[in-house]
Design a protein around this ligand. Structure first.
Ligand code: NAD
Length: 498
């Protein structure tokens, strides 16, 4: 259970919280070997939160060596699954015991509303650790259906040292979607948080140790992609690289793996998800409300954001008015206020990117129906008004490229075939939604959509029980569910002559 507090409470906590900016390697906090740091700035008001260790290849070597030593020692990798389960559940409990501290760090660091940090990010992070911990002593290996003079054992073994590189939009949640299955299956991990949001990952490293995860099993190395990220991706002692972030970086990581030890590479990348609304949707108001949430939640900085709204022509005008009304309830404001539902975008660079896309939409001839401006400039923070473009063609940049801001592109269609053609006409394939009361049309459309998650008469449903990931350039492999264990284990066939 999460407990809501007042703005004054969070403001007070924001000024008193102790922030750890050092790397966590081999069970303790350490400076980068180079002693270099970078400034961790809050997007809420541009205040300096902390100096953070700027790790590079020397720290990658140190962290990977610690991870390897821990793995080889068997202290975690050879522990009985039931014991790993107990420790992971304790780790999840500790995350929840520190949920206010972690939520304020998340909000200060990346600008999302405090209520979301608490109820989505921190609770979801704890849930991923708990779910995977609870699962690990309930999965069995296999015996092959062999001839009677053979035993063919099919077993799963931890892959070894896992490097996890994660983005800034759900910093702790994305980290824990990796940590849950990676740790449950017995691996050692070197986690690299985004340089834009390193603070919660650094904090939970100590909580993992406190829970009983042995030293060296979880290491956290903050720093930039082109330094520590690249060093991990090229490292010959990293067995598996798991990533969430942009498609551009994902492609680069495949090259690094090919240039080094052919480490396994698992990628959760970008999206440009279509949200298809047919005229026979069972509840147009619910669809409009979901369409607004799908682009405004987390400031639109969501890989599955419903950024392309495909609406059947016969209801397009009526429906866009409804969406605009729903979006008027999404108001950028102080992220520390528990009533705020849209916070600050992560930094000046991201703000500029979003504003440039808005300009490109106008220049391409799309009709700006709502928003389009920077807000609250006096705060020193980075706020964008929820924005709607109508009359968008699927060829425009605002329909093809991931904006990662609260900018909705509305596209009309005349038939189910045309909707599916437009929906699939994208490099991405992360998610899609369809709204219709016609069961057959819902099934037909869902089946035809080339996406890893499809929602019918809802947007963004799901929990730990189903896999999450992308088709096409949205990535490979899956987070969540027992399928995630595929990323963190090698299959071994052992043949015994009897
Ligand atoms: P990004 O690719 O810029 O960075 C992600 C991580 O990769 C960061 O830690 C960064 O430091 C690191 N990195 C960057 N360049 C690197 C390099 N050359 N070598 C090694 N590491 C490098 O992405 P971002 O801007 O942090 O995150 C936003 C992106 O993440 C969006 O595209 C979004 O769709 C995607 N995302 C995907 C999912 C999913 O599950 N599919 C979930 C959340 C976010």
């Amino acid at each position: 259970m999460t407990e809501q507090r007042t703005l004054a409470y969070w403001q007070q906590l924001a000024t008193t919280i102790e922030i750890e900016g050092r790397a966590f390697i081999g069970g303790s906090y350490v400076d980068a070997r180079s002693q270099e740091t970078f400034d961790c700035i809050s997007p809420i008001d541009s205040r300096l939160l902390s100096k953070v260790a700027s790790c590079d290849s020397a720290d990658a070597d140190n962290a990977v060596a610690n991870a390897r030593e821990a793995f080889n020692s068997g202290s975690w990798s050879q522990m009985a699954p039931a014991n790993r389960k107990r420790i992971l559940i304790r780790f999840a409990d500790l995350i929840l015991e520190h949920q206010h501290e972690l939520a304020i760090l998340e909000t200060l660091d990346m600008g999302k509303p405090i209520s979301d940090s608490l109820t989505v990010d921190i609770s979801g992070a704890a849930n991923s650790i708990r779910w995977n911990g609870e699962a690990i002593d309930k999965v069995y290996d296999e015996l092959a259906p062999t001839a009677p003079d053979q035993i063919g054992m099919v077993t799963r073994e931890p892959v070894g040292v896992v490097a996890a590189i994660v983005p800034w939009n759900f910093p702790l949640l994305m980290a824990c979607w990796k940590l849950g299955p990676a740790l449950a299956t017995g691996n050692s991990v070197v986690l690299k948080p985004s340089e834009k949001s390193p603070l919660t990952a650094l904090r939970i490293a100590q909580l993992a140790l406190d829970a009983g995860i042995p030293s060296g099993v979880l290491n956290v190395v903050p720093g930039f992609g082109h330094t520590i990220g690249k060093a991990l991706a090229l490292h010959n002692e990293v067995d598996s690289l798991v990533f969430t972030g942009s498609t551009r970086t994902a492609k680069q990581l495949m090259i690094y793996a090919g240039e080094s030890n052919m480490k396994r590479v698992w990628l959760e990348a970008g999206g440009k998800s279509p949200n298809i609304v047919f005229a026979d949707a069972p509840d147009l108001r619910a669809a409009a409300s979901a369409a607004a949430s799908a682009i405004c939640f987390n400031q639109g900085e969501v890989c599955t954001a419903g950024s392309r709204l495909l609406v059947e022509e016969s209801i397009r005008e009526e429906f866009i008015l409804m969406v605009a009304e729903e979006m008027s309830h999404w108001k950028p404001g102080n992220p520390l206020d528990p009533d705020t539902n849209v916070g600050a975008v992560v930094d000046q660079t991201q703000l500029n990117t979003v504003l440039e896309y808005i300009e490109s939409g106008k220049e391409a001839g799309a009709e700006l129906r709502m928003g389009g401006d920077q807000l609250h400039k006096d705060s020193g923070g980075f706020y964008v008004a929820p924005t709607i473009f109508n009359g968008v063609s699927n060829e425009m940049r605002i329909a093809r490229e991931e904006i990662f801001g609260p900018v909705l592109s509305c596209i009309g269609f005349d038939s189910a075939e045309q909707a599916i053609q437009i929906a699939n006409d994208t490099d991405y394939g992360l998610a899609a939604a369809v709204w219709t009361a016609d069961l057959s049309k819902a099934h037909r459309t869902a089946k035809a959509l080339r996406a890893g998650s499809v929602w019918v008469n809802q947007y963004d449903g799901g929990d730990m029980t189903a896999p999450f990931g992308g088709f096409k350039q949205s990535g490979n492999g899956r987070d969540k569910s027992l399928h995630a264990f595929d990323k963190y284990t090698e299959l071994k066939a052992t043949w015994i002559a009897i």
